[in-house]
Design a protein around this ligand. Structure first.
Ligand SMILES: C[S@@+](CC[C@H](N)C(=O)[O-])C[C@H]1O[C@@H](n2cnc3c(N)ncnc32)[C@H](O)[C@@H]1O
Length: 283
């Protein structure tokens, strides 16, 4: 059983990077009216109190800078709106919305969400949080919370009846095997649904390990792949988490160009010490 609890990390720079990228993906998918499935394999508990999150507490200044400077790019603006909207609905200005809440704030009535989480306590908390999202009069998307192993269960939802979909894979990487399980899950998701968009969050600790993993994926996946990376510390430093990566399979049209605009702006807001960097690469 996993010991990982996202509450300790919520709101750190990696969360912000992941959630802005998620926002950008949803914006891109919503350029078409046809509904789609938003599938999360590792959904977490939905909302986190930054006072209780050790990394989030330290990162509050970064998040606040992103929220304040959001007008520069539409992706940052939509992310800031999702965070501010959640805080006002929950009545807690220190609350930080996780990926399911960021996504549900943007999904439309014709879209659908399936949120998978292994840990019962986290899945129950997510289920309890969802009603707080419903604002009076707004008919939202259809949502299911599933308590299960996301790596195993994702196949049950692919291909979606809508024939359009975004799958977010965001495991804790506390176990050695998670990188290999991600690789297998991406291959299986594509086998079932070749044209689906897949986003995978990955940690950057040692750049050589990241490169080896990306090369392994590249040799297994024939679809287009893009990596957006943001790091706050040099890639070989001994700090536990130097950087945050988002791997996009079947990236929506135009997203790389947009990312090349907003990712450096996001880095400038989060990287107070100017020791990091950002890149967007086709793999
Ligand atoms: C990094 S957190 C998810 C954070 C969330 N996606 C967000 O951005 O707000 C990883 C989550 O995966 C859960 N988990 C661990 N192993 C899992 C598995 N095999 N299947 C589904 N969930 C799992 C953990 O309990 C944890 O809540």
């Amino acid at each position: 059983m996993t010991k990982y609890r996202h509450g300790f990390h919520a709101g750190n720079f990696a969360d912000v990077h992941k959630h802005v990228t998620l926002t950008a993906l949803l914006q891109a998918l919503e350029r078409k009216d046809k509904g789609f499935l938003y599938l999360e394999t590792h959904a977490g508990r939905g909302a986190y109190d930054l006072e209780r999150s050790s990394e989030g507490r330290a990162a509050v200044a970064g998040i606040e800078r992103v929220l304040a400077a959001s007008q520069s790019h539409e992706e940052l603006a939509a992310y800031a709106q999702a965070v501010a909207g959640w805080r006002s609905r929950s009545g807690n200005p220190r609350s930080y919305p996780g990926s399911p809440l960021i996504a549900l704030a943007q999904l439309r009535v014709q879209d659908r969400a399936v949120l998978i989480e292994l840990v019962r306590e986290e899945a129950s908390a997510l289920g309890r949080t969802l009603p707080a999202l419903e604002s009076a009069g707004r008919r939202g998307p259809h949502v299911q919370v599933i308590e299960a192993d996301g790596f195993e269960r994702l196949r049950a939802y692919l291909p979606p009846s809508e024939r359009r979909g975004l799958t977010l894979i965001d495991p804790p990487y506390e176990a050695q095997g998670d990188l290999a399980r991600v690789e297998a899950a991406v291959a299986e998701a594509l086998r079932r649904f070749q044209t689906g968009v897949i986003a995978v969050w990955y940690p950057i600790k040692d750049a050589r390990d990241t490169a080896a993993w990306q090369a392994a994926l590249r040799s297994r996946v024939t679809r287009e792949m893009l990596a957006g990376e943001l790091w706050l510390h040099p890639c070989d430093s001994r700090i536990a988490l130097n950087g945050s990566g988002m791997l996009l399979v079947n990236p929506p049209f135009g997203i790389a160009e947009r990312m090349r605009a907003w990712l450096p702006a996001l880095r400038a807001l989060l990287d107070a010490q100017r020791s990091g960097g950002a890149s967007v690469r086709v793999l």
